[in-house]
Design a protein around this ligand. Sequence first.
Ligand code: ITT
Length: 192
Amino acid sequence: MPTVVVATGNPDKLKEMQTHLAGLGWTLKLKPPELEVEETGETFLANARLKASQVAIATGHWAIADDSGLAVEALNGSPGVYSARYGKSDEERIKRVLTELGNTPSRQAQFVCAITLARPDGAIALETEGICRGEILRAPRGTGGFGYDPIFYAPEQGKTFAEMTPLQKQRYSHRGLAFQQLTPEFRSLALE
Ligand code: ITT
């Protein structure tokens, strides 16, 4: 069984990634907590590449990374790649987005998730991006998920990501879409 390091320090994201990766026959290992990668990229894909490559090289194993975030149209794409750095807690980050948006009727936003798989030598083997369009509500709704989920409303499902069951979020989210695109490729790639 190939060993693959899941290159994230975010426990909520880790849980979702583990669910998507279950069933591939990989032995999943956690990233050593002291191994931190500086996210200097200007795009989600660039940051996912940095995280996967550096963790692969440091551990000598295959590594999979996720770089994701929320891009709000009326805020010119913010918080974007700064989604994790937009405040000290989920609550603070949500408050900041809601304050910055104020009462504007333009509420369109998208969640983006870039996933990258690196070989043990750091070379990128596979990557993709999943995008989910939605709207930012005026107040949080729901208790599931994590991060910006309570203010992200998915019109087709008629609920926020925080109101979805884990299975629904798995199916419709940016992360879910990225993993749906990559899973067949994971299966045909011979990891050793
Ligand atoms: P790692 O880099 O260690 O994986 P991180 O939390 O710093 O963990 P990112 O740099 O990719 O991860 O930042 C992503 C942020 O975007 C995350 O902290 C959340 O605030 C937000 N985010 C990403 N996916 C989300 C989701 O499914 N639901 C809600 N918020 C999400």
